[in-house]
Every structure is written in structure tokens, then in C-alpha cells.
Design a protein around this ligand. Structure first.
Ligand code: SAM
Ligand code: SF4
Ligand code: SF4
Length: 381
């Protein structure tokens, strides 16, 4: 595959990279340490290794920080089914991304377990290998409401890792934070099912919103440390525009750590390059915790992620207003080679670092940046 680099001066004007089948090029890319293949680097020297695929924009919850019912009510028009990529299209694209260096693949949404036959997609994606032949590191993020029902099928289909979102152990608070009638017990049963069927890694994500669920930090930490489940606290993010995000609702990573240290004897673990979480271990129990501090300690510096929405639009950043239409290329019959070249050009032109810019000394860090920002339920969390 030939990669056609884009000159940095032109890259900022890039919207939809054109398909260039004529220019031969020899990009200067370092070799991968593992197999000698070229590593795709963006303009800030970051390699492409991770893809998140949103398999649906629909959800059975209405968490106000993500899909507030005032916006996602009965009138809301979700994507028509014909616009959503088929399993065959997704699998073909996954192969193309793998040829470009993808090692990690996360299936998300919306609520991915709302997508009919999801285990069949997992079993199709399982056969996509990394360059060099190793299996992809495939994970799923879910709200857990349908997990108890599907855990065994997901495991049988080849899923190895799962992250379940749960913001509180208190039932009333959980129902308010998910704006659903689902009880905490249902989600806990899903988590137990995931462990019972033998998924290799089960993690829990908890969004912490000041004035809302910070009193759940210790109960959640105590509960999951006893279950062998890594709990990851997420700073409430300014993603999308429908949640009305304000800085005063963000409980910062240092504040969360202060709370945790009342109960746990924490020391830091090394952060894996490209990982979103700072990780800690409790010396007494060996339990591990993560904090995803995209507001107060952004990790754009080694962000290796692309995001594909369920209708096939590819974004180079969670906050990128524009997506690049892979579905059109797929459905007009372009070859894998052309798709790969298109994606490679997009990555090599990438310079996104939204969260770092927002927290820079010259920005108004207490406000979200002006302008359109895509909703997380659409592009995939
Ligand atoms: N529905 C699935 C779930 O909730 O796990 C997957 C999609 S959801 C968009 C992925 C993750 O994004 C969840 O862990 C959710 O809590 C998180 N999330 C959504 N909106 C957020 C926000 N404004 N700030 C921080 N995390 C958010
Ligand atoms: Fe649905 Fe997940 Fe968004 Fe909650 S965070 S509304 S569960 S997509
Ligand atoms: Fe990556 Fe964009 Fe998030 Fe920075 S703001 S970590 S570049 S997705």
C-alpha cells in the first residue's frame, strides 16, 4: 500500500481527503518495532494503533451527561438503518485499519448491545488479525443493562475484554444518572456474568459529576476492589453540546485521589503509551484503579485513536466537528487499497489536540470551546 502524505500547510484545510490514485510516494515512516512494517505517524508524531467503532447511535439509557431526554426524546430521529454500516462493511474496514497498524479495537455506541446480533459481528471481527498476525485486542464498552443476557454469547464469539459503565451503587441515584428504570442489580448481574463466563478483563467506568455522585466514589471503590474489577473514574467531559457541560461540575483527578486516599494506600502505576487512564494500586489489597482525567490532565500527547460512527464517518478526535465519509467510499466500490490510502492520508494530516488546547493557559478553560462538537453517543465513547 502506498501512503500519500499531505503537506502540513495544506493539512489544516483538509476536509475530505481526495482519493489520489496517481501520485507515487514514499512516506518517511519509521519501522514498527514488532514486525518491520511502516508505522503511520500523524503530524505530531503519534502512531495510529486504536480504533473505536460505534455500532449504533441508539441507547436504552438517557444519561443526562450524554443523551439528555430533552434532546433525545421521542421526537429525536436516530440514523435510518440503511445508513448504518453492515457487519460485512465493518469487518472489511477493520481489515483495512489493521493493515495500517491498528492493534486495539473497541466496540461502543450508543449502546452496542442494542445492535441486533452483536455477537455475530464480534465473531467476524475476531478473524481480523493485526499486521504480523497477532489477534486484535478487542474490547466492548456497554452500560450493562443487557449484559447478563449476552455475556456467554459474547465470550463464545471471541470477546476478551469488556468495560461496563456504572455511576452509582445507590439505586435511586443510578436511575437518575442513567435516566432509566434499570436497577443497579441488573448491571451488577451483568458484570458478574461477564466474570463467570471468563472474559479475561472486566473493568467498570464511573463518570463523576460534582454535586451528583461524588459520594459514591468510596462505596464503588470498596465494592469493586473486592470483586477483582478495576474501577476507572472519569472526569465529566465537555463532549458534545447537548449536556450543557460546565467546569464547576467536574470533579478533578486530584480531588478524586484525595477521596480515595482516605481509604486506600495508593501508589502510581506506569501509564501505558496511548492509554487514557492514570493507574494506581492499593498496596494493601493489590486492587487497581484508574482515573481518566481528560479535563485536568489531557492525554492528547500520545492519543493513537480514530473513531468510526455507525454511519461510517471517521473522526481523528472525539471533538472533531467533521467526519470523513468512509461509507460513501465503501458503497461506491472503492478497493481496500484506496480506502487504506484515504485513511492513511487522513492520519498523516492529523494534528488534533483539543483537550490540551482547551486547558492551555491562553484558553478559557472553564468553558467548552466554541463551535460544533459531535455527540459522544453518535461517534462512540
Ligand atoms: N453506552 C455504552 C456505555 O455507556 O458504556 C457505551 C457508549 S458511552 C458513550 C461510553 C462511555 O462514555 C461511558 O463510560 C460513558 O459513561 C462515557 N461518557 C459519556 N458521556 C460522557 C461525558 N460527558 N463525560 C465523561 N464520560 C462520558
Ligand atoms: Fe447511553 Fe452510554 Fe450515553 Fe449513557 S453514556 S446515554 S448508556 S450511550
Ligand atoms: Fe485524542 Fe482528541 Fe481526546 Fe486529545 S481531545 S485525547 S486528540 S480524542
Amino acid at each position: 500500500m502506498r501512503i500519500v502524505p499531505i503537506h502540513p500547510e495544506h493539512a489544516s484545510r483538509l476536509q475530505q481527503p481526495s482519493i489520489d490514485r496517481t501520485r507515487a510516494s514514499s512516506p518517511v515512516l519509521p519501522a514498527s518495532p514488532t514486525n518491520g512494517a511502516a508505522v503511520l505517524l500523524d503530524r505530531l508524531g503519534r502512531p495510529f494503533t486504536d480504533l473505536r467503532i460505534s455500532v449504533t447511535d441508539r441507547c436504552n439509557f438517557r444519561c443526562p451527561y450524554c443523551m439528555p431526554r430533552t434532546v433525545y426524546g421521542p421526537e429525536h430521529r436516530f440514523l435510518p438503518y440503511d445508513d448504518i454500516l453492515t457487519f460485512e462493511e465493518l469487518t472489511r474496514l477493520a481489515g483495512v485499519f489493521a493493515s495500517l497498524g491498528m492493534r486495539k479495537l473497541r466496540i461502543t455506541g450508543g449502546e452496542p448491545l442494542m445492535r441486533k446480533d452483536l455477537p455475530r459481528l464480534i465473531s467476524m471481527l475476531k478473524d481480523v488479525a493485526q499486521r504480523g498476525g497477532d489477534p486484535l485486542d478487542m474490547a466492548l464498552t456497554t452500560n450493562g443493562a443487557l449484559l447478563a443476557r449476552h455475556a456467554a454469547e459474547l465470550k463464545a464469539a471471541g470477546l476478551r475484554r469488556i468495560t461496563v459503565s456504572l455511576d452509582a451503587l445507590d439505586d435511586d441515584l443510578f436511575r437518575a444518572m442513567s435516566d432509566s428504570q434499570t436497577s443497579v442489580t441488573v448491571v451488577l448481574e451483568g458484570i458478574e456474568a461477564a466474570q463467570r463466563v471468563g472474559l479475561a478483563s472486566v473493568k467498570v467506568n464511573m463518570v463523576v459529576r460534582r454535586g451528583c455522585n461524588e459520594d459514591q466514589i468510596l462505596p464503588m471503590a470498596e465494592y469493586f476492589s473486592g470483586q477483582g474489577v478495576e474501577l476507572r473514574f472519569i472526569e465529566y467531559m465537555d463532549v458534545g453540546t447537548s449536556n450543557g457541560w460546565r467546569m464547576h461540575e467536574v470533579m478533578s483527578a486530584p480531588e478524586m485521589l484525595t477521596v480515595l486516599k482516605r481509604r486506600f494506600d495508593l501508589s502510581s502505576l506506569a501509564r501505558e503509551p496511548g492509554d487514557t487512564a492514570m493507574r494506581f494500586i492499593d498496596r494493601a489489597s493489590g486492587a487497581t484503579f484508574g482515573i481518566i482525567a481528560s479535563i485536568t490532565s489531557p492525554f492528547c500527547g500520545d492519543c493513537a485513536r480514530l473513531r468510526l460512527s455507525s454511519d461510517g464517518r471517521l473522526r481523528t478526535c472525539l471533538f472533531a466537528p467533521d467526519g470523513h465519509d468512509l461509507r460513501a467510499l465503501l458503497r461506491q466500490g472503492e478497493s481496500d487499497e484506496t480506502l487504506a490510502s484515504f485513511i492513511a492520508r487522513l492520519w498523516t494530516a492529523r494534528s488534533d489536540r483539543y483537550s490540551e488546547v482547551r486547558t492551555s493557559p491562553h484558553s478559557h478553560a472553564t468553558d467548552p470551546a466554541p463551535g460544533p462538537r459531535p455527540e459522544m453517543s453518535y461517534i462512540g465513547g
